[in-house]
Design a protein around this ligand. Structure first.
Ligand code: NAP
Length: 308
């Protein structure tokens, strides 16, 4: 199937282009970006012209930052295109809900992707946790913003989510692992005095059976990076490390099952092909709901200014 990538920046080049190139399902047939392009692929700088001139390309994958993405998604759905959204699916819950309703009305597939849910050990972790009594779940997501988001001013602006841009990846895994509905009860948002978005966040959640659930996200970690989810249960402790790539149960590293398809983004594109085949959409807004609640309930603490 033909597909177009829209917003050719860091994630499009790092992950989407190689995942599409390796996929048996997809041909990257066009890009739409004001400055970016991919060698050997027809490029457009104007999305409206693309929609008019390439009606044969039925699927678009939107890799723009969250704030500008809504207008593109809306235009694509109105033009009858199937749409993949990078995470987070939008800058607000309301606009995501509107897109989901439009996709239904226009009978197109909308896939709000959560790449971290496709990490190798997330499903095995979900299986291991099923039927066990959770006592504590602690998320530690600490990385170096200078390393992962160089020059990305949008990430500090309203709608850019600040440290929740990576933190929502952890929340996407947690909401996949735990069928129980958590709700946020308390948040502290450490916000540099010269920025709109937080550089660190501390979250607490209520769990229906009283488990102690908390998360800390921090963008100031240099050196080794930490993307860890630790779940203490009545049968011992499961730890997901490296964003879900590794799983340790009671101190023993678990082996991944043999998987013909490896990698978060190849799995996302395979899933989009399956959704198209069945005519379904997949728009789960739970991770974004927790982020929205953190911005609603969070106490803001002003911290030292941040300079890249
Ligand atoms: P990026 O490189 O800063 O932006 C992607 C592209 O979007 C830019 O190259 C730009 O292309 C276009 N763009 C930026 N602002 C725009 C605007 N106001 N209007 C129209 N187009 C605009 O960002 P990114 O790191 O790829 O992230 C994009 C999305 O992927 C985010 O939602 C992020 O959370 C997600 N993501 C990022 C990473 C990562 O490691 N960076 C990992 C996973 C997911 P043109 O200037 O050529 O139009």
């Amino acid at each position: 199937m033909n597909i177009a990538l829209v917003g050719v920046g860091k994630i499009a080049l790092d992950q989407h282009v190689p995942a599409i190139a390796a996929s048996p399902d997809w041909d990257l047939t066009a890009t739409v970006s004001r400055q970016g392009s991919v060698d050997g692929v027809e490029s457009f700088s104007d999305f409206t012209k693309f929609l008019e001139q390439r009606p044969d390309i039925r699927v678009v994958s939107l890799c723009l930052p969250p704030v500008p993405r809504f207008d593109y998604a809306e235009a694509a759905i109105r033009a009858g295109r199937h749409v993949m959204l990078e995470k987070p699916p939008g800058a607000s819950l309301a606009e995501c809900r509107k897109l989901a309703a439009m996709a239904n009305d226009f009978r197109v597939t909308l896939f709000a992707t959560w790449h971290s849910r496709e990490a190798t050990m997330v499903e095995p972790a979900k299986e291991w946790l099923t039927g066990k009594v959770l006592k504590r779940l602690t998320v530690t997501w600490k990385e170096d913003v200078r390393r992962w988001h160089p020059g990305q001013d949008w990430i500090w602006e309203p709608g850019g989510l600040g440290v929740f841009d990576p933190g929502i990846n952890a929340l996407s895994i947690v909401t996949r692992l735990m069928p129980e509905t958590l709700h946020l009860t308390d948040a502290v948002l450490e916000t540099p005095e010269n920025k709109q978005g937080p550089i660190a966040a501390h979250l607490r959640f209520a769990h229906p059976d009283g488990a102690d659930v908390s998360a800390v996200f921090d963008w100031r970690q240099e050196g080794d990076q930490t993307w860890r989810i630790e779940a203490e249960t009545d049968h011992g402790t499961l730890t997901l490390e490296d964003g879900g790539a590794r799983m340790i149960v009671n101190g023993t590293e678990q082996k991944a099952a043999k998987d013909t398809l490896s990698g978060e983004y190849p799995r996302l594109y395979a899933r989009m092909a399956r959704l198209l085949a069945t005519g379904e959409s997949d728009v789960d807004l739970e991770p974004l709901r927790h982020v929205a609640d953190a911005f609603l309930l969070g106490r803001r603490e002003v911290v030292a200014p941040f300079f890249e």
